[in-house]
Each structure stands twice: as C-alpha cells, then as structure tokens.
Design a protein around this ligand. Structure first.
Ligand SMILES: C[S@@+](CC[C@H](N)C(=O)[O-])C[C@H]1O[C@@H](n2cnc3c(N)ncnc32)[C@H](O)[C@@H]1O
Length: 186
C-alpha cells in the first residue's frame, strides 16, 4: 500500500504547514471535493477557499462533501483560467489536481492552454512563501502534453522568485502521476 509514496498524499503533506496560516486558498480543480475538503479542514476558521470547476456535477459533489465549511467556500463554476479575474486577493496556497472527473466523461479534462494560463495567473498572485502544487497525469494524451509544458515552464522560472520541486516515482511507469511543488520565495 502506498502512503507517503502516493503523490497526492505527499503534496497534501507538503502544503499542510502553509495551510496553517493561510487566508486565501484556491482549489483550481474541485472535482468530487476531496481536495477542497482537505483544504478546508487544514486552514484557519477565517480562511477563504475558492473551489473552481467547469462541471456543475463537480461543484454539486464538492458542495455536498464540504457542507460543514460552506460559509467560507466560494464554489465557482468557471474555468481556472479566470482566477486572475475572479480572485482579487493574494493567494497563499493553490492546488491543481489535473485530469478528468472520476466517473464522468474523460473528454472533459483539463487542457494545456487553460492549465498553463491558470498556473501563470496563480504564480503571479502567490503571496511570499505561498505554495502552488500541481498533480499531473501523463498517462493520457492531454495529460502528457500538460506535464511536458509544465516541466518546460517550471524549469526556467527564476530561482530568486520561485523554488520548484518535482516528485516522481522512479520505479513505477513513466506514465505514473507526479507532482510539482512551487514556493514563492520573495
Ligand atoms: C482529477 S479531477 C479533480 C479531483 C478533485 N480535486 C477531487 O478532490 O475530487 C479534475 C477536475 O478538473 C476539472 N476541470 C477540467 N478543466 C477545468 C478548467 N479549465 N477549470 C477548472 N476545472 C477544470 C474537471 O471538471 C474535473 O472535475
């Protein structure tokens, strides 16, 4: 059984310290709401969370699972490439769990253009010591393109502004999911 070697578990562990003091948090891909719930459970009672998804079903599922925290969650039925427009505050923590909604049509998946636009918008809005995590799924065509473009983009980010790490399982298939962790350092 995978515990810390599971990439999602690992990124969640990585952002926990930043979540403790976070005021503004973005779940850029709400899906079934598991990640939004995690973010709500690990942030202060006055923190605000934006949960974006382009599918009504996803937001319905997210609303249901996070009902206890609903008064501080903004459920946004819009593409994450509208983050710059719809989130006015600096962002302390952002999470992208790319791909498609489990159990729904696979054609409604995150796409490289909007993913890259959204990631750029988040990085521009990250507060100092803010963290953005991206879980990529290179096992399907759109996911492979996203992973490649993310890698190219993150590799040349100026290190005086951002530190970027990548977590990959070296003894699993090359197509296994992996994660990027980006910290704004000034
Ligand atoms: C792998 S699922 C996310 C899993 C989710 N975080 C959870 O905890 O269940 C990916 C989600 O991204 C959503 N998505 C696809 N394109 C999007 C976009 N441009 N903006 C926001 N969400 C998008 C899909 O509808 C899907 O629900």
């Amino acid at each position: 059984m995978q515990t810390v070697s599971n990439v999602l578990n690992l990124v969640k562990t990585a952002i926990e310290p930043a979540l403790k003091n976070a005021q503004i948090v973005v779940d850029a891909t709400a899906g079934n709401g598991h990640d939004t719930l995690f973010l709500a459970e690990h942030t202060p009672a006055n923190a605000k969370i934006y949960a974006f998804d382009i599918q009504e079903t996803a937001l319905t599922n997210t609303r249901a699972i996070t009902a206890e925290y609903a008064e501080r969650i903004d459920y946004v039925l819009a593409s994450h490439d509208k983050i710059a427009e719809l989130v006015s505050e600096p962002i302390d923590v952002a999470m992208f769990n790319l791909g498609y909604l489990p159990g729904e049509k696979h054609c409604v998946t995150t796409k490289v253009e909007s993913t890259m636009a959204a990631v750029r918008q988040v990085l521009a809005k990250l507060s100092c010591n803010g963290v953005c995590v991206v879980v990529a799924y290179p096992g399907h065509e759109a996911g492979a393109q996203e992973a490649a473009d993310l890698e190219d983009f993150f590799t040349v980010l100026p290190k005086k502004d951002y530190t970027v790490g990548c977590y990959r399982l070296l003894n699993h298939a090359r197509t296994a999911p992996y994660a990027y962790v980006v910290e704004k350092v000034r």
